[in-house]
Design a binder for this molecule. Structure first.
Ligand code: PMP
Length: 417
């Protein structure tokens, strides 16, 4: 499968060679550095992509959840063009910034006030910064297998990578006992508990509601702030997973699709915490209120991704996950799809994992095979096997994916069992 993949993509292979000369790894996003070389895309339209070798694909990667609106949403294109007519970034506050902030505060239960950044990574760094100032404490509890950004990646085993001058302490995801033990051990120094309501990069592993409720009470008991990283999960309803679950964190971090597909990040929460930005905590950034993001974000969140649309998308994803899991069960292969709503990830083990795990070499090989087979079937998804549905993905596209998964489970059954 790897040879077939490489043979059909001479232009992508050549681009990789050239890119390696000027960029370590050949690009600037680690997850796009897979073997033997990544497929390079030339253009997109609605939920379709074309690579530079001329193949076309159904786009189920959805730009790792940021591409919620697809590539050609007419209102987003319109507002981007209109905004450009009025100049590129004006070194000043503008009306769309207030409008987008008000839209977000009106939707997410935890948001009294919000600030913008350029990425989810920065949103998390700023949320941690203000949590540390607010509490006067230094330690942050995070979870094994968690991902909060390019410099906030936490391993499944061992201790923290020395990427940041912050003090992190690791607990096991979905494990109330482990979180309680870590909280007790650091009770006097814990500034924040930072958690994804579903581990996204970790394989679309949902947190149990009991686990998140336990973190809420551990934060209350120790005086730490509870931070939900909803960079990926905010799409699960108009008010994110916090609204679905009825659990309100002190701070929330956001990113991905909220800027209508433009670079976006944000964070916000309780007014008494966020008001520290009026006194003790500086937070600057040339592009924090970039006019394209702010304009597209207002249209995206104000007009397109309404509560009803969010619910429809959620249900579409739930139905799809049930369908592909049925396919795997019927084929009697140890394949399952985890996730919540419109985000899915394939795993090559049963039962469905409830926390991150170190893949075996066999699982890694099957993950690669799944990715290559899907490409061959004309479907582009994340290399790790994640699907992020975007709004233009309709019944015919979902059917295409279910058929491809069926074909994979049946034709590869001897390798899977
Ligand atoms: N948090 C989570 C849960 C994410 O999934 C991501 C991105 N995959 C980030 C933070 C970082 O966002 P960004 O890539 O915009 O920095």
């Amino acid at each position: 499968a790897r040879a077939r993949y490489a043979g059909r993509r001479p232009q992508s292979a050549a681009l990789r060679e050239k890119a390696m000369e000027v960029m370590p790894g050949g690009n600037t996003r680690t997850l796009l550095s897979y073997a033997p070389f990544p497929t390079a895309m030339a253009r997109g339209e609605d939920c379709r992509l074309w690579d530079i070798d001329g193949h076309s694909y159904l786009d189920l990667c959805g730009e790792y959840t940021a591409g919620l609106f697809g590539h050609s949403q007419p209102r987003i294109h319109e507002v981007l063009h209109a905004t450009l007519q009025r100049g590129i970034n004006l070194a000043a506050v503008g009306e769309n910034e207030e409008k987008l902030a008000r839209l977000l505060c009106g939707r997410f239960p935890s948001l009294d006030k919000v600030r913008f950044t350029n990425s989810g990574t920065e949103g998390n760094l700023m949320a941690l910064t203000v949590a540390r100032v607010f509490t006067g404490r230094d330690t942050v509890m995070v979870f094994r297998g968690g991902y909060h950004g390019g410099v906030l990646t936490f391993p499944l085993s061992g201790s923290n990578p020395a990427t940041l001058p912050l003090s992190f302490t690791l607990a096991d995801y979905n494990d109330i006992e482990s979180a309680t033990a870590v909280a007790n051990a650091h009770a006097g120094s814990l500034a924040a508990i930072l958690v994804e309501p579903m581990q996204g990069s970790g394989g679309c592993i949902p947190a149990s509601p009991e686990f998140l409720a336990a973190l809420r009470s551990l934060a209350d008991k120790t005086g730490a702030l509870l931070i939900f990283d909803e960079v990926m999960t905010s799409r699960m309803s108009a008010g994110g997973m916090q609204a679905r679950l009825g659990i309100t964190p002190d701070l929330t971090t956001l990113g991905k699709y909220i800027g209508g597909g433009m670079s976006f990040g944000g964070f916000g929460g309780r007014a008494d915490i966020m008001e520290l930005f009026e006194s003790r905590v500086p937070h600057a950034g040339t592009f924090n209120n970039n006019v394209l993001t702010m304009a597209a974000g207002c249209v995206a969140m104000g007009e397109i991704f309404t509560a009803e649309v969010a619910e429809l998308l959620f249900q579409r994803g739930e139905d799809l996950r049930a369908q592909v899991n049925d396919v795997a069960r019927a084929a009697k292969v140890p394949v399952c799809f985890t996730g919540i709503g419109s985000l899915l990830n394939v795993h090559f083990r049963l039962p469905a994992p409830d926390r991150g795990y170190a893949s075996t070499a066999d699982e890694e090989a099957l993950r690669e095979l799944f990715f290559f087979d899907m490409l061959e079937a004309g479907i582009y998804l994340a290399r790790r096997g994640m699907v992020a549905l975007s709004l233009p993905v309709g019944p015919a596209e979902l059917d295409h994916f279910v058929k491809a998964v069926t074909e994979f489970c049946e034709s590869r059954a001897p390798l899977l069992r």
